[in-house]
Design a binder for this molecule. Structure first.
Ligand code: ZN
Length: 232
């Protein structure tokens, strides 16, 4: 008789893009993966492991981690952490009302978007040509981790959804690398700033929880952004 395998529970969550995703908690094999980055905290390495872990735990044959938004990835990772290890995580806290500084438990299931999605996601570059901007995806964020210092302009490939004028639109995914490069190189720095400014209007995942200061007992809001906090 073969050794019986443990049946793992399934959970579900609604990700920021609106879809319901079914997942299982982290198992020993994912814990092992995460241990490999505890010492080596290079952003691209953290991204690679996170993608692998989320990919393993989502129960859907068609799920492709490279096609989701970065916010969806963060949300899934946090909810998996909550259902595997526990819903509370200790965070450094400094009280706004008294001089208390110490660790405090926050409820990570209170993950949400930092602000509403901008209603207008297009940027006019001149009188006739504009671009439609999209939130950064997992692929774009992984790319950014590699090129942030050396080639920031190549990020435009990952944040422009399409280029348009009055007559036509060109989806960036359908353009050749040469067409994209030719287009990007004609942009002025002001135009690039306008595009990146629009990208920054998109919300990010954050955990907002109300905590009570252990010293003065006053309640206040704590706001945590950034997954790197969960690997330290
Ligand atoms: Zn206090």
């Amino acid at each position: 008789m073969s050794v019986p395998l443990i049946v793992t529970p399934e959970h579900q969550t609604v990700v920021p893009s609106g879809k319901t995703v079914i997942f299982r908690p982290f198992l020993v094999k994912e814990e092992k993966l995460m241990l490999t980055i505890k010492e080596n905290q290079r952003t691209d390495e953290v991204m690679r492991v996170m993608k692998q872990v989320v990919s393993n735990c989502v129960i859907d044959d068609k799920f492709d981690v490279d096609k989701i938004s970065y916010n969806d990835l963060e949300h899934l990772f946090i909810m998996m952490r909550a259902r595997s290890v526990g819903e509370t995580v200790e965070f450094p806290f400094s009280c706004k009302e008294c001089d208390y500084e110490g660790m405090i438990d926050i409820d990570i299931t209170k993950i949400q978007l930092s602000r509403p999605v901008p209603e207008d996601d297009s940027v006019m570059l001149n009188e006739s040509v504009g671009v439609k901007v999209k939130p950064v995806g997992v692929k774009g964020m992984a790319h950014l981790a590699k090129v942030a210092d050396t080639d920031p302009l190549s990020m435009l490939n990952h944040v422009i959804d399409y280029v348009y004028n009055k007559e036509q639109m060109w989806k960036i995914d359908d353009m050749s690398q040469k067409e994209i490069t030719d287009f990007v190189e004609t942009l002025s720095l002001t135009q690039v700033q306008k595009i990146m400014g629009k990208v920054e209007e998109f919300p990010r995942c954050c955990i907002k929880d109300n905590v009570t200061c252990p010293s003065c007992q006053k309640e206040q809001e704590i706001n945590v952004e950034g997954l790197e906090n969960f690997f330290t």
